[in-house]
Design a protein around this ligand. Structure first.
Ligand code: SF4
Ligand code: SF4
Length: 584
């Protein structure tokens, strides 16, 4: 056991405020893993929320574990030290329950690395009665946990604040009664929102498509996603204050959850759809707390400018001589007050997400934003003294034509010209990502655009805008997007591939490992699924009515607008009784 590693963890703990540390043995242990570095994990609000929920129980001590950097991982291996928790520097394998919060597909590789470093058997089927139960949660667990099925014992589908307590209560009761691991998992599978993959065995056709899932225990046909009906019962704000986060100097505050805009590419919009807003009074308490720490308020939510009381919230923050920050904004719901508040908070860039260059393609994806919205938003920003503009764009969107790619270039040139026309000398940044079709969206059946097409389109855009003063282009790594593309709609057979990649030491071995296991990325990426195909995530239920996604796919093809969520609506099936469900 390395003294140096323990000391490093103690130093990290010492720079934090509000970490909760309990004497070993005084409570049950729960290891909460973020499968990326400390810095990334501590920037994730969901991670803070679950940490607090577990510790508030009084019977459980939640201890955090992160992916060590390369040098530290080598030190763990060299000194034969099992991966240790931050709070009490205990080995991961000693915890009876391990929860892993997963937000990005590329972190799947890190999960195996962490379990191996923590000396936890990688395969769920190989774990004995004394080994931990490994439970995943977060967006990836909600939309498609199948590629990780071999390594996990259970997945939490949906929002975790309530179901985590049901899971822990069930676990402690089962342990008191001396139940086996298998029996505990059977009990877990009866809890709404908990998926236990081992009880749903896929049967494949010769062509590799899933023929059916066979239930091997008395479990629900489909696992319903959990959601919190009354958000006000749970705070969602920074719990542990640390200088080491992506949002340095910021106190994160959730203003609302879900999004009712129905953008057809957006997994968050479909899986966490039901829009629920927090009352201003509750957010105001969080703002007061941010002030006690002397931190800027980082407003979190799917579409911040859609918050009905955004102006009053901005005024409240400024009236306390505090600053605020937001990620990207919807160009069609910006207010002058919000933009001025951002400028007063020191924002130099306004970030908008038109997603596509042409209005036609924006209709396909139901973005609901036209060029005029962009110009008006830029006018507001320029008028408030925010010089720079960043636009999020995707290439390879469904039904994209060559003209739509030309339109990205035109949009960039027009926006830049517009900025200059308003006297702005600011920079325009295009942040471009390849489009990845996601489960539970109307595009879940469609092929991803071929990598060659996406690369050619990116080169075309870059070449067309090359040398244009004040325009910068940032492109996400394209090859990585295609690994994400496989994992996001992948099936359980990818577990063997992840395992091989892990043994070979990283994602570089991906393509070769796929081949070795008789799989082809084209099967996952480029194949149009038929509408009646059994999809890997069909065991999960987001609450959408059967046929709703097909209807929305038709609307995309017809470029028809789907209106946002409104009170009283029962359109998609998610709200059965809007009055009771608390939808805004
Ligand atoms: S506005 Fe659209 S892209 Fe943004 S969160 Fe909502 S549905 Fe998703
Ligand atoms: S039922 Fe209506 S309000 Fe509820 S999530 Fe669906 S579209 Fe939105």
């Amino acid at each position: 056991m390395s003294w140096h590693l323990k000391e490093k963890l103690r130093q990290t703990l010492a720079m934090e405020q509000n970490a909760m540390v309990f004497a070993p043995g005084s409570r049950h242990g729960f290891a909460l893993v973020y499968p990326n570095t400390y810095r990334v994990g501590m920037s994730n609000l969901g991670f803070h929320i679950i940490y607090e929920q577990i510790n508030q129980r009084g019977d459980t001590a939640c201890e955090r574990i992160f992916l060590p950097d390369k040098k530290t991982a080598e030190e763990y291996a060299r000194t034969n030290t099992p991966l240790l928790t931050l709070e009490t520097q205990r080995p991961l394998y000693e915890f009876p329950l391990i929860g892993i919060a997963i937000t990005f597909e590329m972190d799947y590789f890190h999960i195996l690395e962490i379990l191996a470093l923590g000396k936890v058997p990688l395969l769920a089927g190989k774990r004995s009665e004394k080994d931990p139960l490994v439970i995943i949660g977060g967006p990836c667990a909600t939309f498609n946990p199948e590629p990780l099925a071999d390594f996990i014992d259970a997945a939490i589908v949906g929002e975790g604040e309530e179901v985590i307590h049901e899971l822990l209560d069930t676990y402690y009761l089962c342990k008191q009664r001396g139940l086996t691991r298998e029996e505990i998992l059977r009990r877990f599978a009866q809890i709404e929102g908990i998926y236990v993959p081992r009880f749903y065995q896929p049967v494949y056709d010769v062509n590799g498509v899933i023929r059916e899932y066979r239930r091997t225990a008395d479990v629900p046909d489909r696992v319903r996603r959990r959601w919190v009906k009354d958000l006000t019962r749970y705070k969602a704000q920074t719990v542990i204050v640390t200088p080491e986060t992506e949002f340095k100097g910021m106190f994160l505050v959730e203003v609302g959850r879900g999004c009712g805009r129905h953008c057809r590419f957006c997994m968050a919009g479909y899986c966490f759809r039901r829009p629920r807003m927090r009352p201003l009074a509750q957010i105001s308490e969080a703002v007061a707390e941010a002030q006690r720490y002397g931190l800027k308020v980082g407003l979190m939510g799917a579409a911040i400018s859609d918050y009905p009381e955004i102006d009053r919230l901005c005024q409240l923050i400024l009236s306390r001589n505090m600053a605020l920050s937001v990620a990207s904004l919807r160009a069609d719901s910006l207010t002058d007050t919000l933009v001025r508040a951002l400028a007063a908070s020191g924002h130099k860039t306004i970030t908008l997400a038109p997603e596509a260059g042409s209005e036609r393609l924006r209709r396909v994806i139901n973005k609901g934003i036209d060029d005029q919205h962009l110009y008006e938003a830029i006018d507001m920003a320029t008028g408030a003294g925010i010089p720079h503009v960043r636009l999020y764009i995707m290439v390879g969107l469904p039904y994209e034509q060559d003209e739509d790619v030309d339109a990205i270039v035109e949009m960039a040139q027009n926006v830049k010209k517009h900025m200059e026309g308003r006297g702005s000398k600011g920079k325009l940044t295009l942040s471009i990502n390849p489009f990845i079709p996601k489960p539970f969206t109307p595009f879940q059946w469609l092929p991803m655009a071929p990598v060659e097409t996406v690369e050619a389109r990116l080169s075309q855009i870059t070449a067309a805008l090359k040398g244009q003063k004040g325009i910068e282009i940032l492109v996400e790594p394209v090859r990585e997007a295609y690994i994400q593309g496989v994992l996001s709609r992948g099936d359980r057979r990818l577990g063997a591939v992840l395992h091989t990649v892990h043994r070979r030491g990283g994602a570089k071995a991906w393509k070769k490992a796929l081949k070795e296991h008789g799989l082809d990325d084209a099967f996952y990426l480029y194949r149009a699924r038929s509408l009646d195909e059994v999809l890997p995530w069909d065991n999960l239920d987001m609450g959408l009515e059967t046929g709703y996604l097909v209807k929305e796919l038709g609307n995309a093809q017809e470029e028809r607008f789907t209106a946002p969520c409104v009170p009283g609506c029962v359109r998609c099936g998610v709200c059965t009784s809007p009055a009771k469900e608390g939808v805004i």
